[in-house]
Design a binder for this molecule. Structure first.
Ligand SMILES: Cc1cc2nc3c(=O)[nH]c(=O)nc-3n(C[C@H](O)[C@H](O)[C@H](O)COP(=O)(O)OP(=O)(O)OC[C@H]3O[C@@H](n4cnc5c(N)ncnc54)[C@H](O)[C@@H]3O)c2cc1C
Length: 466
């Protein structure tokens, strides 16, 4: 989730908060979808230069890079469709995302945005800042000032600890608590990366320097990724269960299939908690220090809850994100980020993080409805809460192919993230959000990591852009 304000040295989200400038939605449908030839089909389905495991943003980006380079490849996805943690839903008659709903565009001609624009897929700008609310009304300038001061102090505390080589829990280094401390802690922790600051490593959080999300798509981010994967050589319903090192080749076993896939290189783009769970085995086993690193990066929980609020009773702008002030009281309702009027419709989406998100994943929509009503009653009004009758909720943490939202380092383990950028057994290249050193936990980081892994695989198997 990329609502976490960046730490110093990156483009500050806080700048958006002070300005709250609304950018008109702008379509970005431009160039032609590149045609991909199915090189794997030519080579025989069981024999490829590169096998890519996992069809989320990272895997799709890797497959596109290999297709563009003219190498044989296959993209193996365990689920029924591509997209991974980007999934578009159409409940309530509207298009919305139950995973990542937005991303940071970065350089327009590169990365995910560049690919979408080249494929003439529509992008839209997001309102540039998140608004702060107190008791159902926007905070006054003084409230913004206090919030930003608290946020700045928290960032400095975390960076100072990291710079001093102290890899400890972020919560333990925060100084001078203030009126907005609970809001800042929620934004940096559970709402930003799915875990509380008590569970997050200073070194790992200081590493993350991501700009605020500024881009979405009217077709949904999940649908956008699926479109970017169209024309690739993909096998869905293909859960890889075992990767065997056979010298100059790796053999990939897929559940329910007799034929193994032989590949000269592997881009492994499944979520870190899936590898940590042992659902995917390796022969020989992964090196112990890598196994330990995976165990040191448990996934945080973020879950989305969508519902209708007809007639815009909260008087919010289209597609804006609102953070109601978080109470530090033990009996307070759970904090959440509210994305209002998705695509200009009556549909709203709440993001819960940490313990409430885990509850939603475990108990489903009854818990999601209860938590959403409690949030709306406290943050806005009992009337707003009563207007919500039905919700649709994600359950990422209990999905066996995902197992959480974002992989974060436990205190003391932040330095280990670098291990994920090293090749495994010389021929396996890890990709996915958790491998993106300074943009972990983001869609743009996942996409870029797939391109990086594909470039490494290409160096091994030989070849470049066709
Ligand atoms: C609720 C939520 C909100 C988010 N919000 C934002 C946001 O606002 N902005 C942002 O930038 N990021 C956000 N993120 C993070 C973003 O979604 C992820 O960083 C990104 O989608 C991860 O992409 P990935 O390719 O690394 O992994 P995934 O998308 O998880 O893809 C991995 C794929 O591997 C497949 N797989 C698993 N096991 C196997 C196997 N054995 N064999 C074959 N395939 C397998 C899975 O089915 C999956 O499709 C959010 C995440 C969540 C959960």
């Amino acid at each position: 989730m990329n609502d976490t304000p960046p730490l110093p040295g990156s483009t500050p989200l806080s700048r958006g908060l002070t300005r709250r400038r609304l950018i008109a939605a702008g379509g970005a449908a431009l160039l032609a979808l590149p045609a991909f030839r199915s090189a794997c089909a030519q080579a025989g389905a069981s024999d490829v230069d590169v096998a890519i495991v996992g069809g989320g943003a990272a895997g799709i980006a890797a497959a596109r890079a290999l297709a563009a380079a003219g190498r044989s490849y296959v993209l193996l996805e365990a689920g029924e469709k591509l997209g991974g943690r980007a999934r578009t839903d159409t409940a309530f008659g509207h298009v919305f995302d139950l995973g990542a709903p937005s991303f940071a565009r970065g350089v327009e001609t590169e990365g995910l945005a560049g690919a979408a624009m080249a494929a003439k897929l529509p992008l839209a700008d997001l309102p540039s800042g998140r608004r702060l609310f107190i008791d159902g009304h926007e905070a006054r300038e003084g409230g913004y000032d206090a919030f930003l001061a608290t946020l700045g102090r928290a960032r400095r505390d975390i960076l100072a600890a990291s710079d001093a080589g102290k890899d400890v829990a972020c919560a333990s280094v925060l100084t001078a608590p203030g009126d907005w401390s609970a809001s800042v802690a929620a934004l940096l922790g559970p709402l930003g990366v799915g875990r509380s600051l008590a569970e997050l490593s200073t070194v790992d959080l200081a590493l993350r320097a991501v700009p605020a999300d500024d881009t979405t798509s009217p077709i949904g981010i999940g649908a956008l990724l699926e479109a970017l994967g169209a024309g690739l050589n993909v096998q869905t319903h293909a859960p890889v269960t075992l990767i065997t090192n056979a010298g100059r080749l790796h053999m990939l076993s897929i559940a329910g299939q007799r034929t193994q896939i032989r590949a000269r290189a592997v881009v492994l783009a499944v979520p870190a908690p899936v590898i940590a769970s042992g659902a995917l085995r390796f022969n020989p086993p992964l090196p112990p220090r890598l196994v330990n690193a995976f165990r040191a990066f448990p996934a945080g929980s973020i879950e989305q809850v969508a519902f209708l609020l007809p007639g815009n009773p909260l008087r919010l702008e289209n597609d804006e994100t609102v953070l109601p002030k978080v109470s530090g009281a033990a009996d307070a309702p759970p904090p959440a980020l509210l994305r209002a009027r998705v695509n200009g419709t009556d549909l709203h989406v709440l993001s819960f993080g940490g313990a409430p998100a885990r509850e939603i994943a475990q108990k489903g929509e009854s818990a999601a409805l209860r938590l959403s009503r409690a949030f709306l009653a406290a943050a806005f009004s009992p009337q707003a809460a009563a207007a919500v009758h039905e919700v649709v909720a994600s359950r990422w943490s209990t999905d066996p192919l995902i197992r959480g939202a974002i992989a974060t380092a436990q205190p003391g383990q932040g330095a280990q993230r670098r291990l994920f950028t090293e090749p495994v057994q010389g021929r396996i290249f890890l990709a996915g959000e958790y491998t993106a050193l300074d943009s972990w936990g983001t869609l743009a980081g996942a996409w870029a990591s797939g391109e990086v892994a594909a470039a490494k695989a290409l160096r091994l198997v030989g070849g470049g852009p066709a």
